[in-house]
Write a protein that binds this ligand. Structure first.
Ligand SMILES: [Zn+2]
Length: 408
């Protein structure tokens, strides 16, 4: 028996006027996933429990069968794990984003806003150069910086845990920064680093060159997502599978690593609409061929397009996922001679109207090759069709336990 979970990150959305009240999933042409839905079962799932912020950390933990109320210790430590950083129990990890700040006429930092939480698709190489500037200014015996992927870097603070509340930068695009600076006992310390980074980076030659090419400069950092090392029960033991995670995103790789799954690196996997869809599909097939029986295939592009507010790209990216990533794996599974089950589920919604995540239930599709239903065109991979099915799980781990037929 082979198992596949496909996560088109943030692909679920709300009805959109310019689509005649349809959602992007309803407007997209998804023959492969809709084909699975027509012969499978559909439903909705609440992947983000009440009181928990709808991040990709909580939502993907949930889809992997871990209750975020019990296991989420923060986003950054998951990423630190993926980067191979050994954290001690008294270490705290922070996400450091390179961002594009929009300066204010007043010249006062608190009046600035974040124009782009991803600094215009900064490359990892560029990030490395700029992180050296940040590290020279802020690193100490107890504060260390590590290069991540593209705009996503990591800072480890040793010795004591900070008391502060921080806000994800993609949640506050175009808003006045002064209302969202780090708060709490240690908030001012990190707020000062955020603020000083603008002076350090704004005139850096690399940023001047980016601006000359019409690209957003990485003219600031934003610190958030802190937490200590998580302790996840072993995924393979829980669901009786040997499996892998395929994702461009360090956070997702980190969850997989702490869950005891193998992490497969795919060349050209970027987490955007320009990712190597075919390469990810080939990596999944190769994992099955090596004798693994589970793949967690995560595709970030639909979420990234939502944060950018691009309806056209979000639809196109969902179609790429369907045709270039999912279809080859489904065709392989159909021809491999083994029974298989597929779960397609977005980790969370990322409505274009908000350009950030929400905790509303997401649609899911489960296809079981042992028991294909008579095709029914009303069964689709969409928010509305899934809600109309009447099948609902109030927690992500219930859906995942159901998918793996786990006897609790
Ligand atoms: Zn996500």
């Amino acid at each position: 028996m082979k198992f596949l979970i496909v996560v088109p990150d943030g692909s679920a959305d709300d009805p959109i006027d310019s689509l005649g009240g349809r959602t992007p999933l309803e407007a997209a042409c998804l023959p492969c996933i809709d084909g699975l839905a027509q012969r499978g079962i559909i439903g909705t799932c609440r992947t983000v429990p009440a009181g928990i912020s709808p991040g990709s950390d909580s939502a993907n933990l949930s889809v992997m069968g871990y209750d975020p109320r019990l296991y989420l210790t923060g986003r950054s430590p998951l990423e630190a794990g993926a980067l191979g950083i050994e954290m001690k129990d008294d270490d705290e990890s922070f996400r450091v984003n390179f961002i594009t700040l929009e300066p204010a006429a007043s010249g006062v930092y608190a009046d600035f806003s974040i124009k782009d939480h991803a600094a215009g698709d900064l490359t990892t190489e560029e990030a490395g150069e700029l992180l050296e500037v940040i590290s020279r200014a802020f690193a100490t015996e107890n504060i260390k910086f590590y290069l991540g992927t593209q705009y996503r870097e990591c800072m480890i603070v040793s010795g004591r845990h900070a008391e502060c509340e921080m806000t994800p930068p993609h949640d506050i695009l175009d808003r006045r920064l002064g209302d969202y600076l780090p708060r709490g006992r240690d908030g001012r310390f990190f707020a000062a680093m955020n603020e000083k980074s603008y002076e350090l980076l704004k005139d850096h030659p690399l940023n001047k060159a980016r601006e000359a090419r019409g690209l957003n400069p990485a003219n600031g950092i934003w610190i958030w997502g802190q937490g200590t090392r998580p302790k996840l029960p072993d995924f393979g033991k829980k669901y009786n599978v040997r499996g892998s995670v395929i994702s461009a995103v360090d956070l997702i790789k980190g969850i997989g690593m702490f869950a005891g799954l193998e992490i497969i690196e795919v060349e050209g996997a970027t987490g955007s609409i320009h990712t190597n869809f075919e390469g990810k599909a080939a990596a999944a097939i190769a994992a099955y061929e090596r004798g693994q029986d589970f793949v967690y295939l995560h595709l970030e592009g639909t979420d990234e397009c939502s944060h950018q507010g691009s309806l056209e790209k979000k639809i196109r990216c969902a179609e790429y996922i369907d045709q270039r990533a999912v279809k080859p794996v489904v065709e392989y599974l159909q021809s491999c001679g083994d029974d298989f089950k597929i779960l397609v589920v977005p980790d969370h919604r990322t409505p274009l109207a908000l350009r950030t995540h929400t905790a509303d239930p997401v649609p899911f599709v489960i296809y079981d090759s042992r028991n294909p239903l008579a095709p029914d065109s009303r069964r689709q991979f969409s928010e509305r069709a899934a809600a109309a099915s009447g099948l609902h799980f109030d927690d992500g781990y219930e859906m995942t336990d159901f998918f793996f037929e786990r006897k609790v």
